[in-house]
Design a protein around this ligand. Structure first.
Ligand SMILES: *Cc1c(COP(=O)(O)O)cnc(C)c1O
Length: 378
């Protein structure tokens, strides 16, 4: 069997047992397990609020919409963001009629705090940070800058379920954190995400806005005694972005595995580093994580000028790496927003994500690195 980039691995029996409860009780929609998972996630992370949604993309869209509405941000106001991310991050800015202002990255592949202040204008409202592959980068410096200039800090933690820094959830100081439980992320489900506001008021709005704008959800209505179940008001033209109990059931089972799974990814990552350090290949290096001993290690990325040819070579050996990411300014809708993004451009052409999942053995890692060495030494 070839070596894939990601292979989601589930605790199947525990997932089925959780899902079985939903089916037996007859509750598969919003509520029940979604509430249980929100509580479990708050316990696990120490974050004050958590709203379970059908994807992180939905969480990003609604999260920014709420801040914009409540803080009176105008169309065209600016959010400082990274070009080195999945397009969900930056689409969330555009879809809310705001302007992404791209900041270059540093050698962690996260936003470079030394480049931020020059981009702050009187229209800057927020900064959207991405913890690439579980790496914290220099988020402490970013937090300081946001405080100093009084701009909101938004953290796209798609790669960061279980990632910590000094024993704490990364970016606890952020005004809002977005998590993904998409199939290939550190805590896999069948598509879902979490919206974690620091402010209770915004959490309450998110729950309505993501449920057609209705101010009393069906679950609290069902548990509200016999009367007035049908009585609710509609406060917003809202979406149907809520998560459901079946997916939350899978998340609950997988939450029990996250510490073990992240530890295994760190193990795989340390095998890669050991092999590469031994060989010391000319023209190739790997990306280190600031929080190496606490990172989710969603990604193990190498850097080489010969990326495209290496990728083709590895495919011929049935190894299937990926690229995270192509700098977003390569895409037509972001091309006009391009400033000086030398590092993002550099890495965009040179990074490669090696297979990283729970079914990889040490032998697999030795073989993958062996193929890379064959190619680099040719
Ligand atoms: C996966 C991902 C998202 C979107 O998450 P979904 O749950 O798939 O919507 C957003 N940002 C980054 C960096 C991602 O990797």
């Amino acid at each position: 069997m070839g070596k894939q980039l990601f292979v989601p691995t589930f605790d199947v029996d525990a997932c089925l047992e959780q899902v079985r409860e939903c089916l037996e009780i007859g509750w598969t929609g919003m509520g029940f397990k979604t509430v249980e998972f929100e509580e479990a996630w708050k316990d696990y992370t120490g974050l004050p609020y958590a709203y379970f949604m059908n994807s992180e993309t939905a969480a990003l869209y609604v999260g920014i919409e709420i801040l914009k509405r409540e803080l009176n941000w105008a169309d065209g106001d600016e959010i400082i963001t990274t070009p080195m991310t999945f397009v969900s991050t930056n689409h969330a800015i555009l879809i809310n009629d705001m302007k992404p202002v791209f900041c270059d990255i540093d050698d962690s592949l996260c936003m470079d705090p030394d480049k931020v202040e020059a981009l702050i204008s009187d229209k800057t409202r927020a900064l959207l940070y991405v913890g690439m592959g579980g790496n914290s980068g220099r988020i402490d410096k970013i937090i300081e800058i946001c405080r100093k200039h009084n701009i909101k800090l938004l953290l796209d933690a798609a790669h960061m379920a279980g990632s910590k820094l000094n024993g704490e959830v990364v970016g606890k100081a952020a005004d809002v954190i977005f998590y993904s439980y998409q199939a290939v992320k550190p805590l896999p489900s069948s598509d879902s995400g979490m919206l974690c506001f620091k402010d209770e008021k915004y959490d309450a709005i998110a729950r309505k806005l993501s449920w057609l704008g209705i101010n009393k959800d069906t679950y609290s209505r069902a548990s509200d005694g016999a009367n007035y179940k049908w009585k609710y008001d509609v406060e917003y033209v809202g979406y149907k972005y809520n998560g459901n109990a079946v997916v939350a059931a899978i998340c609950l089972a997988q939450l029990n595995c996250i510490e073990r799974d992240n530890a295994y990814r760190r193990q795989v990552s340390s095998w890669y580093m050991e092999e590469f350090d031994k060989l010391n290949l000319e023209g190739l290096r790997y990306i280190k994580h600031v929080n190496e001993s606490e990172s989710s290690r969603h990604l193990f990325q190498i850097v080489t000028d010969r990326r495209d040819d290496l990728l083709t070579y590895l495919n011929s050996k049935e190894v299937y790496p990926g690229v995270h990411y192509v700098t977003n300014t390569e895409y037509r809708m972001y091309a006009a927003d391009k400033g000086d993004l030398a590092k993002a451009d550099y890495y965009s052409d040179r990074i490669l994500s090696l297979p990283m999942h729970l079914r990889l053995t040490r032998q697999d890692v030795v073989e993958i690195v062996g193929h890379i060495a064959e190619f680099m030494q040719k």
